[in-house]
Design a binder for this molecule. Structure first.
Ligand code: AMP
Ligand code: AMP
Length: 246
């Protein structure tokens, strides 16, 4: 024979089940919110532009340049940046005002950064300002994929894998102040990397069009070179461009 539930106990268990239902609802809400966050995070950006810069073309302009406090950079392309981008050509920037460049997070990479990511801005500096600018403007927009250490390491590794100077030199394109056809430069890089790069030019103090920066597209994990979903809108080049010495 079943005993009637005492009224007090009944109320207590009713309260218990109401609160468990509430907890379950809260749990479901939290799950769907975090799923939403994951979905949003995955749509942060579509791909990266990895941008390398010829120091000779930065320095021989009217504005000139200043060598870093660590000395004249190597005669090699330097990193400008690793820039998250959207397929429609627009790009996010300054995505996390609370995230600042922190030398201690990249202390093991500093000597590689000094070698491969040299600042050329005036007044001369040790690179921190340039790296902070790149991290804060661009790096914070891919933070869901690459934390600060990973971001700088990825760029440094890309520079080593995609070494442009040896590619150009083996195609007979040398930083000797000579003129080269843009299609020859583009073709040499395409043949070596398998993907068409975007070449950006600037002008030297006498107004000659010259090879300034090379853009290569990287997937949104920072892992593989890809065909560019959209080409950048950087300054156009003449059909023949100079490759200044440095
Ligand atoms: P970004 O905003 O990432 O496109 O970078 C553009 C800014 O970086 C401009 O203010 C440039 O003058 C500066 N910049 C470009 N190359 C260098 C370099 N090698 N060293 C220091 N600043 C640079
Ligand atoms: P600069 O020519 O060095 O003054 O750079 C032009 C500015 O535009 C820099 O601040 C870049 O960060 C920005 N920029 C231009 N095009 C792109 C792009 N496609 N993706 C990311 N940043 C870009």
């Amino acid at each position: 024979m079943e005993l009637p539930t005492p009224p007090l106990l009944h109320t207590h268990s009713a309260m218990k089940s109401t609160s468990s239902i509430l907890l379950i609802k809260l749990f479901i809400l939290q799950c769907s919110l975090s799923l939403l966050c994951v979905a949003v995070a995955q749509q942060d950006f579509d791909f990266f532009y990895f941008v390398q810069q010829w120091p000779g073309s930065y320095c021989d302009t009217k504005a000139s340049c200043c060598y870093p406090t660590t000395g004249k950079p190597a005669t090699d392309f330097g990193i400008h940046g690793l820039w998250p981008n959207y397929k429609d050509g627009s790009y996010p920037s300054n995505c996390d005002p609370d995230s600042h460049f922190n030398r201690s997070q990249v202390s093991d990479l500093i000597s590689r950064m000094q070698r491969s990511w040299p600042t050329l801005a005036c007044p001369r500096g040790d690179g921190s300002l340039f790296w902070s600018h790149e991290w804060e403007k661009h790096g914070t927009c891919s933070e869901s994929v690459l934390d600060q250490h990973h971001y700088f390491k990825t760029a440094l590794n890309l520079k080593e894998t995609l070494g442009l100077l040896p590619i150009l030199q083996s195609a007979g394109i040398n930083p000797d102040g000579g003129s080269y056809s843009l299609s020859r430069i583009r073709g040499a890089i395409k043949d070596a990397l398998g993907f068409t790069p975007w070449i950006e030019c600037n002008v030297d103090a006498s107004g000659n069009s010259q090879l300034y920066q090379v853009y290569v597209c990287i997937d949104n994990q920072g892992s593989n070179t890809i065909e560019c979903p959209v080409l950048p809108t950087g300054s156009k080049c003449a059909s023949t461009v100079q490759f200044p010495s440095f």
